[in-house]
Design a protein around this ligand. Structure first.
Ligand code: 5GP
Length: 120
């Protein structure tokens, strides 16, 4: 891989069960858990089980099966959280300008209220 993955990052530690998380879904490809500092009534993070730094790393390097499994899992969590009818927002921060703080790919799933327009 072109990007070095830091196996000590906080989400790697959650995946290894070294620190707790409020899990909402898990399968072979993904783990979903509540964000520790929720910015909406529903704020869930969905992460792939593989060691990928970011959306860029994942989209470039993950096997197709892992990409499909992860995307399926994101959709599953949104449905399971009851967000499909009211609607929801997905967000992935990438790198410094994107404001990414944790160097393991995570997709934010926001919902539970009208979210307004996206701020760029
Ligand atoms: P980023 O800015 O990297 O896209 O978002 C990182 C997110 O991870 C933030 O929303 C932050 O609140 C959340 N977060 C950071 N540390 C932890 C943690 O230990 N547990 C959980 N559940 N969420 C965390």
């Amino acid at each position: 891989p072109t990007l070095a993955y830091d196996h000590s990052n906080i989400f790697a530690r959650i995946l290894r069960g070294e620190i707790p998380a409020k899990k909402v879904y898990e399968d072979d490809f993904a783990l979903a858990f509540h964000d520790i500092a929720p910015q909406a009534p529903v704020h869930v993070l969905v992460i792939p089980k593989g060691a990928y730094v970011s959306w860029d790393d994942f989209s470039a390097h993950a096997p197709a099966e892992e990409i499909a499994g992860f995307i399926r899992a994101v959709g599953h969590v949104a449905r399971e959280q009851g967000l499909v009818a009211p609607g929801y927002r997905l967000l992935a921060n990438v790198g410094m300008d994107g404001g990414q703080e944790v160097p393991h790919l995570h997709v934010h799933l926001f919902g539970g209220k009208p979210l307004g327009r996206m701020i760029a």
